[in-house]
Design a protein around this ligand. Structure first.
Ligand SMILES: Cc1cc2nc3c(=O)[nH]c(=O)nc-3n(C[C@H](O)[C@H](O)[C@H](O)COP(=O)(O)OP(=O)(O)OC[C@H]3O[C@@H](n4cnc5c(N)ncnc54)[C@H](O)[C@@H]3O)c2cc1C
Length: 400
């Protein structure tokens, strides 16, 4: 097999690239190589679908692949890239040639420091299914790491009546994303939903015993639990690129068109890609779903229309569902400065606006407030004044 577009990685970045190539009218061969044997599926539902259901949401069915003329090579990992020869080597020794290569191998969960049948990370469908099996008869869950995934799993477990303890070395949950002031509200959210919160603490040891596991925390507390979820970040899947000569410091370095630095006919999208962002005047890597989709569309356009290329300069966007909060985050947030907050109690909704040094709205957060999300996103994209959007949101909250 050779020629056409070869996409390595069959999750949202890779599959959306393949689909978008067809939307753009690309008529050549499109091949997607994916290390997992499952048909492509989406990741956000893994931490959001109810624990008593299946979290599998397909990104591309076998029928769709055949209708679109997308060749799926499942259960095969790329182990080497040879840019001079325009070839990718697979783990069964097969060489695949390409005219254009799209790197979309994303990230894996940072491995748990402990192992055991009821100790889980959450990145792939197999993880989600194993976690659901563990929690079927469980009464007590320990969540290590209070970022998006830890918080969402805690929320799901509480809905099932499972006792949850959440541990994070940071003083508040989501502190690295929203800062300490708003982080306090996320602490309260966990506590209001009956979670035992241990912020500013770590897990010193985890010991398997009859009837569960004893977790010892850095403050000396011992907790007996049935299952553990470790959500402590991700590590990039760059090993197969190590001998390629590509620049790999914190991801694959790309320009604002998705072209990999120093290489020809190679693009990268999604969690693994560090694109130059003109708005921020620097390269940045974004580990969010919408970013992967937008970069995929941009790269598919640029491969299909090489003489009218488009750049991608996003207002970063991520959502999260935690208990009864629908959270949306936008743009960049200067966590040293405090955001201006608008809040309403009945029904509860909240919006926060961060500003840059020139007073322009640079970042935002909303809870249960879709209209404020639209307004904030537009203002940030247009570089509008933070004070004005804050005043408008405050006015809307008062009227409601
Ligand atoms: C549980 C969970 C919940 C999430 N929730 C949200 C959310 O609510 N909102 C949001 O914005 N984002 C969310 N995200 C993040 C979002 O899912 C990611 O940003 C997105 O999946 C990135 O897509 P990607 O295609 O770049 O990489 P990945 O999804 O990491 O996929 C990379 C693919 O490449 C494959 N691969 C790796 N190495 C090789 C190789 N050598 N050869 C072949 N294939 C390989 C992998 O098997 C994988 O399928 C969540 C992520 C997780 C794990």
């Amino acid at each position: 097999m050779s020629g056409g577009v070869l996409v390595v990685g069959g999750s949202v970045g890779g599959i959306r690239t393949a689909r978008a190539l067809r939307n753009e009218g690309y008529a050549g061969v499109v091949t997607v190589v994916e290390a997992e044997s499952h048909l492509p599926y989406d990741k956000p539902p893994l931490s959001k679908a109810p624990l008593d259901g299946d979290a599998h949401v397909p990104l591309l069915t076998a029928d769709e692949a055949s209708e679109l003329g997308i060749e799926l090579v499942l259960g095969r990992a790329a182990v080497e890239l040879r840019p001079q020869a325009k070839q990718v080597v697979l783990d069964d020794g097969v060489f695949l040639g390409y005219e254009e290569l799209v790197i979309a191998t994303g990230a894996a969960a940072r491995p748990s420091p402990w192992t055991g049948p009821d100790v889980h990370v959450l990145r792939a469908i197999a993880d989600a299914r194993a976690l659901r099996v563990s929690l079927r008869g469980a009464n007590r869950l320990l969540v290590v790491g209070a970022g998006f995934i830890g918080a969402e799993v805690a929320s799901l477990a509480r809905k099932q009546g499972i006792e949850v303890t959440i541990v994070d070395p940071a003083p508040t949950p989501m502190a690295r994303v929203v800062g300490d002031d708003l982080g306090q509200r996320f602490s309260q959210l966990h506590r209001a939903n009956g979670v035992d919160t241990r912020f500013g603490a770590t897990v010193s040891s985890l010991e398997q015993v009859d009837g569960g596991m004893w977790a010892e925390l850095s403050d000396g507390t011992k907790i007996l639990v049935d299952a553990v979820v470790v959500g402590i970040g991700a590590v990039l899947n760059t090993r197969w690129l190590e001998s390629s000569g590509l620049a790999l410091e914190d991801g694959v370095e790309c320009d604002e068109y998705g072209r990999v630095a120093g290489a020809e006919h190679i693009f990268a999208v999604g969690d693994i890609a560090r694109w130059y962002q003109p708005r921020q005047e620097k390269a940045a890597r974004v580990e969010h779903w919408t970013n992967a989709v937008e970069q995929a569309n941009c790269v598919a356009h640029n491969i299909s229309h090489p003489y009218s290329t488009l750049s991608h300069d996003p207002v970063a966007y991520v959502w999260s569902d935690q208990y009864d909060w629908k959270i949306q985050l936008f743009g960049t947030r200067n966590l040293e400065g405090s955001p201006a907050v608008v809040e309403q109690s009945d029904p509860f909704r909240l919006a926060a606006v961060w500003q840059d040094s020139d007073g322009r709205a640079s970042g935002g957060l909303t809870v249960n407030w879709p209209k404020a999300s639209v307004q904030l996103r537009r203002t940030i994209a247009a570089g509008g004044p933070a004070e004005q959007v804050h005043a408008q949101l405050a006015g809307t909250a008062v009227q409601a």
